[in-house]
Design a protein around this ligand. Structure first.
Ligand code: GLU
Length: 284
């Protein structure tokens, strides 16, 4: 079987060294395995995705010396299919509509007190308010067009799948069975209010649609893999192998990000940096 790797950026800012590391590592591993390197644009967020950033992704990656098969899969063109995948989860009552506003959730979490549990990213778990709404009331609200999103009923979902694990590949290539504990995330959002899908749903569906065999991405997505594994089992999708690579840090030891104004690849290029220089900086 041909190995298939992918780099899946979101076009909501200019790429920085952390993205370059991920893209180059994926391409290098694909080449070493005699496999394929795919590019996917994860642009389901209508608020934050911008054509300029997407154009810049193509430009920056070509400048780094990468190429990929065309056409590139753009998630926004597959939202209807992703929404369709939600239907069996609705029928199986593994998801439920949530009508809470952010403010209502904040107030409810505050009411539960400071020991209320948080997810691996540090956000308080959803307190489960809408999980308890009885079916006729749900239908009444949905019928009345009440704004809502869809959450996974985590307890039901894990009861259905039983214990879960995924196969992780370490830097030295050894493989390890890693126990997945999606329950730590609580009732995660599976379909948003503004688009009928979510990062978690779209990423597992697209990895399956593109027959991705190796998901190589930053350590910041390590814990999310538990949710992805759960969705793969619920939706009967194949399980790729996972490798979570180190994050590129700035001089102050902070994770690079658009929000703290980390230097973009385009600004490094404009300052005279070369693709070989970028590789050197990244130790690749
Ligand atoms: N689109 C995600 C990001 O830019 C990456 C998703 C993934 O690699 O699974 O952070």
């Amino acid at each position: 079987m041909t190995s298939v790797f992918r780099f899946a950026p979101s076009p909501n800012g200019f790429l920085h060294l952390g993205h370059a590391y991920s893209a180059l590592l994926n391409a290098d591993l694909a080449r070493a395995a005699g496999g394929r390197f795919l590019l996917r644009i994860e642009d389901i967020d209508p608020e934050r995705s911008r054509p300029t950033f997407e154009e810049a992704i193509y430009h920056d990656l070509r400048w780094l010396g990468l190429d990929w098969p065309e056409p590139v899969r753009r998630q926004s063109e597959h939202v209807a299919e992703h929404a369709e995948a939600l239907q069996p989860l609705k029928r199986r009552r593994l998801v439920y509509p949530c009508f809470c506003t952010r403010g209502e959730i904040r107030a409810e979490v505050a009411r539960r007190g400071p020991s209320w549990p948080r997810d691996p990213d540090g956000s308080p778990l959803y307190p489960g308010t809408c999980r308890h709404i009885v079916e006729p009331e749900r239908l009444r609200r949905l019928g009345g067009g009440a704004p809502h999103l869809w959450r996974l009923d985590m307890a039901r979902a894990v009861a259905e799948t039983g214990p879960l694990s995924w196969t992780g590949i370490a830097e030295d290539g050894t493989m390890h069975d890693i126990l997945a504990d999606p329950a730590r995330w609580g009732d995660v959002v599976i379909a948003r209010r503004d688009v009928p899908t979510s990062y978690h749903l779209s990423v597992v569906l697209d990895d399956a649609a593109q027959r991705v065999t190796h998901v190589v991405r930053g350590q910041d997505l390590y814990h999310a893999t538990a949710i992805h594994r759960l969705l793969q089992v619920l939706l009967e999708l194949p399980a790729p192998l996972y490798r979570h690579h180190r994050l590129v840090l700035d001089e102050e030891g902070r994770k690079l990000s658009k929000s703290i104004g980390s230097a973009s690849l385009r600004s490094l290029r404009e300052a005279g940096e070369s693709p070989a220089g970028i590789r050197r900086r990244l130790g690749l």
